[in-house]
Design a protein around this ligand. Sequence first.
Ligand code: NDP
Length: 438
Amino acid sequence: VARNPGEKEFHQAVQEVFDSLAPVLDVSPQYTEMSVLERLCEPERQIIFRVPWVDDRGRVQVNRGFRVEFNSALGPYKGGLRFHPTVKLDTIKFLGFEQIFKNALTGMPIGGGKGGSDFDPKGKSEAEVMRFCQAFMTELYRHLGEYTDVPAGDIGVGGREIGYLFGQYKRITNRYESGVLTGKGLGWGGSLVRPEATGFGAVVFTNEMLKTRNHGFEGKRVIVSGSGNVALYAIDKIHQLGGTVIACSDSSGAIFDKDGVDIDLLHEIKDVQRKRLSDYAALRGQQSEYRAGATAWDVASTTSVDVALPCATQNELSEKDALALVKAGVQAVGEGANMPSTPEAVKVFMQNNVLFGPGKATNAGGVATSALEMQQNASRDSWSFEYTEERLTHIMQDIHENCARTAEKYGEPGNYVLGANITGFVRVADAMLAHGVI
Ligand code: NDP
């Protein structure tokens, strides 16, 4: 805390992992003797840079760019870029720290990193977004490489931004290095299923948790927060598995469709027209109720809920929200976003025997499919949707099984927080020990 003053989210993420590790540190003293914990929470490298660009009115704008290359014990740094006005070093450090363990859980050869900028893409023209992405890459490119650091998207960075970033990387380096970024377009090195992967994977993981109590999504009433990339594809998959999503949200409000949201209309409004949920509700008419200023969790106070998937942002689900969900009958919570539940909310779920899948396990399908994209790039190949989705499903089932088995081994069956943290930690820590003191 003294070394990183004011970095609240980073402290929260570190605390959450370290709180789980006592059982493994007790039986494996080598981790303490070799200062693995101290080394783990100090990033290998942190890059902060100026991003100057010119807006449509000819004025010079200055943003701040970040890339935190946290841990490369298992492979090149891998993790998304976030463009959002709230981004600061603290945000990127918490996300990068989580990413180390998430990537380890996938079982794939990828280290942990994260980056982004305080640039706000909202309200910017297409040309402004392009110029910003080019300016951002003009500095970042020197730190990247297929074997060094491989960014992807996150909040505010989708296929369009990855396209501009890739174009600029190619221009500066004069190299068509497909494996340097993931989340690329299908026509130029992208992978099928990557857009769907995080949402689909979160639902597969949550379904596996439900199966341990002889349930599935069939007939379940589900609330999903957010209406971005992760939320939309989670909603698709829930409906495919027979569940009904009754509410979702954006940062302006929430919709409550008591008989289930209209998925096609939702995709049309969000993906094609790039509009808001208030526009969705206006078109959907009486079947949708728009609650301005409300969160998705506010809906839980007026109806029954079986499953909740927070898929918006960090610390969006408070203790009060968790209590409302428990009262509404929630049986399982799967975190599609990174650290969306506050520590107090997680405690409420655990104390009430709610199945709880932490983000680093539940949302690992996105980065896992990014690693599959890297495999396809390395072999100059592209796989079918069915084959890639099958690989994703197996990866998510394996993550679930490994977390469940570890939790049981350390005497806390059903504790996926402990299971995920210890499984990820051991994989990274053992590689660090093997590499010596570096
Ligand atoms: P998007 O930008 O596509 O969507 C984010 C959604 O969350 C939007 O609906 C947005 O609403 C809402 N949101 C953002 N900030 C807030 C806030 N402060 N309060 C309420 N709602 C908010 O991002 P993604 O779907 O890609 O990411 C969502 C989460 O999932 C993040 O935590 C991300 O780190 C995590 N994640 C994403 C992965 C991926 O593959 N995309 C992989 C693993 C994790 P609005 O439009 O109004 O801003």
